[in-house]
Design a protein around this ligand. Structure first.
Ligand code: FAD
Length: 492
């Protein structure tokens, strides 16, 4: 943390108001996309402010191109709405890939092995689940289309710096850009910055504590290495497992990253994804962010040089991209009217104000006992602050809950609920805290959000038959095993 040497008063200044709107959403990541699109589609004049030049947050700019855990162990889709629409639009362009719906939930060992070999995101507890691998670049373009079609006024390259407060109510947001310092006035403000950047200026309280052993405690700088001959790499790894182990150990001692992932699209088969994690003192401290950004690239070079020199298959490879935005997982978590805690994960009972249902897949035996987690609307409402919602990973949750449920589809769903509630509250002439919950749930269901007791027919599966599969090649031909045993080319 930077030491504060002294403070100086800022000269009094006025800020130009460049727009007045119904809803302003700060942050254009998964949460912000869900929030802005839902608010605009529900009739609110909506502004979206994003600090970078693209939308999607971690799911595009962070190179986190995996939208995971959308079906439960029985293979039923649980997160739909805008998230599913995004995936379907990617799919139309062959820019995403997932196991076919009829095998979600299957525990057929051959199928499970087949999909697990390609990406561990497709299997949980020896069952196939619905996770989607996406193309980040096409994703950015589709998100642009979605916000433009919804009539949202978007400001890119615009950093939301602070809310404009009237008592305990934000009534707008100041943002900074190459155009200087400007303001947008709004009836509802949605913090979708992921990090909860607006919270410290609203009077809201929040947590930043994270056990250093858990996933969200880490920063990341992902990178992709292209033109890798993975068949050669895998042959080598299988033929010389001991040597492989020694090499990875040596690489680690040199300060590099042992191992990589292959969770990419069929037409990206020469790309491997390196996904390092960095301990840190804070995920919002500028000195820490700078340190990790620098360290990440230093370690990327060590790793790449080692792979290229030592591992058959990497000879012609090159670093195609390091993540345009640093991977941040856990900064501030607001104290809401309700905080979702680890006790709720074991409950399996919906709340009256459930606005999202998340398959609970990552907690081993506990998940099997408690396969669904319900998220109440109150966890989006900062305690003691009016006119404001938190529609992103900064929602009100303890660290364990956040660790499992701050993922991309989850944040799109939280955002969709926040945006819908914001627009609805304006229609009803009430504050977001007083929005009619039954009307909110009804509207979310209309938007194909899956809520307790309302399962859209179009997502009902015919049943999850156990399927047989023939041996399929490990790499090269991406062939999807089919029930009748015929192997056909992957279909999107
Ligand atoms: C390396 C890594 C791997 C991960 N793996 C997975 C995975 O495999 N699958 C998965 O689903 N999830 C994964 N996650 C978690 C997931 O990516 C995030 O939790 C999710 O993207 C959170 O969405 P969000 O909208 O809350 O925040 P973010 O994705 O962080 O988006 C926040 C957006 O707000 C913008 N922003 C921030 N501050 C401001 C500001 N002050 N003004 C204007 N704009 C601002 C950011 O630029 C960004 O676009 C991973 C995360 C990391 C870092």
């Amino acid at each position: 943390m930077a030491e504060i040497i002294r403070t100086i008063p800022e000269p009094n200044k006025t800020v130009d108001v460049v727009r007045e709107c119904d809803v302003v959403v700060v942050g254009g990541g998964p949460g912000g996309i869900g929030a802005a699109i839902a608010a605009a589609r529900n009739g609110a004049d909506t502004v979206l402010i994003e600090r970078y030049g693209h939308l999607g947050g971690m799911s595009t700019g962070g190179l986190v191109t995996i939208i995971p855990c959308m079906s439960d162990f029985d293979g039923n889709l649980q997160i739909a709405g805008i998230n599913q629409e995004f995936i379907e639009r990617l799919s139309e362009r062959k820019a995403e890939f997932h196991p076919p719906m009829d095998i979600w939930g299957s525990d057929d060992p051959k199928l499970v092995n087949y999909w697990n070999e390609r990406s561990f995101f497709w299997v949980r507890e020896r069952r196939i689940i619905y996770s989607s691998l996406i193309d980040a670049e096409i994703g950015k373009c589709i998100l642009n289309s979605m916000v433009n079609e919804a009539g949202i006024k978007t400001y890119l390259h615009a950093w939301g710096t602070m809310p404009i407060m009237e008592g305990n109510k934000p009534v707008g947001v100041v943002f900074e850009s190459k155009s200087g310092r400007q303001a947008i006035m709004a009836k509802v403000v949605i913090d979708a910055t992921g990090d909860g950047d607006l919270l410290p200026f609203t009077g809201a309280t929040f947590d930043t504590d994270i056990d250093p052993r858990i996933r969200i405690a880490n920063l990341s700088l992902c990178y992709w290495i292209d033109n890798v001959n993975l068949v050669k790499v895998e042959d080598f790894r299988r033929e010389y497992p001991d040597k492989w182990g020694e090499m990875m150990m040596e690489l680690m001692q040199k300060g590099g990253h042992p191992g990589f992932m292959r969770s990419n699209l069929p037409n990206q088969e020469k790309v491997v994804w390196v996904h390092p994690r960095y301990a840190n003192k804070s995920q919002t401290d500028v000195e820490e962010l700078t340190r990790v950004e620098m360290l990440g690239r230093e370690k990327m070079l060590i790793t790449f040089d080692y792979f290229q020199k030592n591992i058959p298959g990497f000879e012609e490879s090159f670093i195609v991209l390091s993540s345009p935005q640093l991977g941040t997982r856990g900064a501030r978590r607001v104290h809401g009217d309700y905080m979702v805690t680890s006790e709720d994960l074991q409950r399996n009972v919906p709340f009256d104000d459930t606005i999202a249902v998340f398959p609970d897949l990552d907690r081993g035996k506990n998940s099997i006992e408690s396969p669904l987690t319900f998220i109440p609307y109150r966890s989006l409402l900062p305690k003691g602050v009016d006119n404001m919602l938190v529609g992103c990973r900064a929602f009100s949750s303890d660290q364990e809950t956040n660790n499992f449920f701050n993922l991309i589809p989850h944040c799109i769903a939280l955002g969709e609920a926040a945006g819908t509630a914001a627009a609805l509250s304006l229609k009803q002439g009430v504050t977001v805290r007083d929005v009619d919950i039954e009307a909110l749930k009804k509207q979310l269901i209309k938007q194909d959000v899956i809520l307790p007791g309302a399962y859209p027919d179009k997502y009902k599966k015919p049943g999850c038959d156990r399927v047989t599969v023939f041996e399929v090649p490990f790499f090269g031909e991406w062939q999807v095993p089919k029930k009748d045993g015929n192997q056909i080319k992957a279909e999107h």
